[in-house]
Design a protein around this ligand. Structure first.
Ligand code: ASP
Length: 316
């Protein structure tokens, strides 16, 4: 039994491991751990009280993948339901012939299955942070009085801040049967353009699990992981014969080939089917956490550093 998670999964890993020890599945553990992060109002990058989009609306993305069958469920741009990971799991388990539901469709589905709904997802404090950020791009009144008519393009370019735009939670678990599940949940970039979808709900980009090889999940600039297919790349490189470490480094180095003006940071955690694990980041000092079935509590690990040249065209 093993769980690895991004560092902000600390609040959930104990209960996730307790579930595994209790004989629950890897998918149960991933959902339990992720929900505790989604419920935490002090995490402004996941679930309730995350940083909203440029219009002040919280839009959540999440996905979950079953390594036994490659079955997946995902939701994107979902408003009003804090536990995005549970809705994503239900997309998978209700046997819809679909993998990813977005926007109003995701909300309708969430309501139909009786997912917990919350009228107000943001605290006053986060609303003030959003307002202050809008004020720096000069058009807060427009957004208030004419949200549908305000030109958002330049506002989004200038309001997004590469130092604090984002965050996401990753959980990957191997249960006592050796089955692997990976889950990712996020509120995405702060101040993003409405309707923007990151890598977290995109299977293959921010999340991938395959019992035969291993799993990977990402945080960081989702656009990069979508373009490079990062999570799937790690697993595919293992399938092609690379060991975990080489597979993960190769997928990170692939990101150096991305052209364009806007290139930010990327982080991943990954494991192979034998329980070896790794965390990599393009930022110095980033950590991830892990716990095996015989550990009384989780441990922190430094992530290996992979140099990625950052470009931020919008701010030049
Ligand atoms: N990957 C997330 C996204 O692009 C954000 C993050 O992890 O920082 O939505």
């Amino acid at each position: 039994m093993l769980i690895i998670a991004s560092h902000n999964g600390t609040i959930g890993i104990r209960q996730a491991m307790a579930a595994l020890k209790n004989g629950d599945s890897a998918m149960d553990a991933v959902e339990i751990g992720t929900r505790l992060v989604e419920a935490d109002p002090s995490d402004h990058t996941v679930g309730c009280n995350g940083y909203p989009n440029i219009l002040g609306e919280l839009e959540l993305d999440a996905s979950i993948m079953d390594g036994r069958t490659l079955d997946s469920g995902a939701v994107a741009v979902m408003r009003g339901f804090p536990y995005a990971i549970s809705v994503a799991r239900q997309v998978l388990e209700r046997k819809l012939p679909h993998v990813l539901l977005a926007g109003e469709g995701a909300e309708r589905f969430a309501r139909e299955i009786g997912a917990e709904e919350r009228g107000e997802m943001l605290s006053d404090e986060i609303r003030q942070v959003w307002r202050a950020r809008l004020a720096t791009v000069g058009t807060a009144q427009d957004v208030d009085s004419r949200p549908d008519e305000t030109a958002l393009l330049d506002m989004v370019k200038f309001a997004t801040d590469p130092e604090r735009v984002a965050g996401t939670v990753n959980f990957i678990a191997i249960d006592s049967a050796g089955d692997i599940c990976s889950g990712v949940s996020t509120s995405g970039w702060a101040w993003k353009y409405p309707g923007r979808i990151g890598d977290s709900p995109i299977i293959g980009a921010g999340n991938y699990a395959d019992n035969r090889y291993g799993a990977c999940a990402c945080t960081g600039m989702g656009e990069m992981a979508i373009r490079a297919g990062t999570a799937r790349s790690v697993v595919l490189y293992m399938r092609m014969g690379m060991a975990l470490e080489e597979a993960a480094h190769t997928a990170m180095r692939d990101l150096r080939d991305l052209g364009g003006e806007t290139i930010g940071d990327m982080n991943l955690i990954a494991l192979d089917r034998h329980g070896a694990h790794i965390g990599l980041s393009s930022e110095v000092g980033r950590k991830y956490i892990y716990q095996t079935g015989d550990m009384l509590q989780h441990a922190e690990m430094e992530r290996g550093l992979v140099d990625l040249p950052r470009r931020w065209g919008a701010r030049r």
